[in-house]
Write a protein that binds this ligand. Structure first.
Ligand code: ATP
Ligand code: MG
Length: 385
């Protein structure tokens, strides 16, 4: 008797003729996760099986699979001889202890002496006879017992279904560029887009020496946590120190953040173009702070013309965002108290309803704005996380 892990995928079913494309990427992502274990992955028509692994690796394999977008649920099945008595006893052992249930039988071996329906009924009766606290409900059961009769004389029997991340396999939706700060929101924004199949590089803006090396380390750490779910992440670090100093020296104080955000967006667009990213992603949430009012977002949004900016958190409350950060494991790192560039030269009362024309007028006070952006971009540093 040994165990196998059953992997089910969800939404890919909806993809019609493209299904194979999505499946290929999902299988690739699963294989990458399983590389460090001694096991085999069998790719079936509607689900996959992880077999031949050491029992002590089971928990770690499940944990690894629970980080793969595109997997809908997992089960650990017991693999037994498919003679009726053995199957019956195993089914009884995995059945729930109370509530309603049904038995689902899948019979690959058509020579098996019972049809699927007959075997399900027979096993259902046996389970009921063993535990009178249970009832059968074929339509809306609280739990199910699954039995797969296989062609090699074995059967897989299992009861528990472990919900997984769902979503789409990372990579199937192309590549984007995530604006990654050291805060709580942006790692969650990356996670949400990865859930829809987006692979991404990340860009971080820093104001060294006003911001510390530790602040940068923190961002690298966040990217390395996200990697577990999102695949390899390339991090671009761009200094905006000089841009901030120039804005501080020449422009109206209240516009500091607005102008910095516009500069960041322009640099992000250039980075995305250079490294072939098709969209920009950030962690903005409507009304969260002065730089995220509708007017502020309009003014920063205006600087990017060649690609969409996705804001997966736009309609979420802070607590909802925190809950996801806790689940993904980025929260603890995000709350470490290092300075972000946005906190350098912070004005006392930033504008909350800026206008595009006024922002442009402020930018015209900077001597050679383009050269300023070019110098920042020339100092882009690449870190493979
Ligand atoms: P917090 O959790 O503190 O809100 P945040 O990362 O969301 O952190 P905001 O000031 O709300 O910080 O910034 C909005 C968005 O702008 C961020 O989610 C991020 O995508 C982007 N951003 C802000 N600062 C930086 C930075 N230094 N480098 C890269 N992106 C940044
Ligand atoms: Mg935020």
């Amino acid at each position: 008797m040994n165990n196998v892990i059953v992997i089910r995928y969800g939404e890919l079913y909806l993809k019609g003729k493209n299904k194979h494309y999505f499946e290929r990427i999902l299988v690739q992502n699963i294989r990458r996760k399983l590389k460090k274990f001694n096991c085999t992955l069998t790719v079936g028509r509607s689900r996959y099986l992880v077999e031949n692994y050491a029992p002590q690796d089971e928990r770690a394999i499940l944990d690894a699979l629970l980080c793969v977008f595109g997997i809908h649920s997992l089960s650990v099945a017991v693999c037994v001889s498919n003679d009726y008595e053995t199957v019956k006893n195993t089914a009884i052992s995995v059945a729930p202890t109370k509530g309603s249930f049904r038995v689902n039988v899948n019979r690959a071996d058509k020579r098996y002496p019972y049809t699927s329906v007959a075997l399900a009924a027979k096993l259902g009766d046996a389970i009921l006879a063993h535990n009178d606290k249970l009832t059968v409900d074929l339509h809306t059961p609280d739990a199910a017992v699954y039995v797969d009769i296989r062609e090699d004389g074995t059967a897989y029997v299992y009861g528990k279904v472990i919900p997984a991340l769902g979503g789409m396999p990372v990579g199937c939706a192309g590549k984007g560029l995530l604006l990654l700060s050291g805060g709580i929101d942006s790692p969650v924004a990356g996670f949400m887009m990865a859930k829809r199949g987006l692979r991404f590089d990340a860009v971080h803006f820093h104001s060294y020496p006003y911001t510390s090396d530790q602040a940068k380390e923190k961002v690298i750490k966040l990217a390395s946590i996200l990697k577990k779910y999102c695949g390899n992440i390339r991090l671009y670090c761009i200094p905006v120190t000089e841009i901030q100093e120039q804005i501080h020296a020449h422009c109206t104080d209240a516009f500091m953040i607005t102008l910095l955000r516009r500069a960041m967006m322009r640099l992000a667009e250039r980075t995305a173009q250079k490294f072939v990213c098709g969209c920009i992603v950030n962690g903005e949430s409507l009304g969260q702070v002065a730089s995220q009012t509708l007017e502020s977002i309009t003014v920063t949004n205006d600087t990017v013309k060649s690609m969409p900016i996705f804001r997966p958190l736009i309609g979420m409350d802070k607590q909802e965002i925190i809950d996801i950060a806790l689940k993904t494991g980025t929260y603890e790192t995000s709350i470490l108290p290092y300075e972000d560039c946005c906190t350098v030269f912070l004005p006392e009362s930033p504008v909350t309803r800026p206008q595009i024309a006024k922002a442009e007028e402020e930018e015209s006070k900077l001597t050679d704005y383009d050269a300023l952006l070019n110098r920042a971009f020339d100092n882009l540093e690449i870190i493979d996380v």
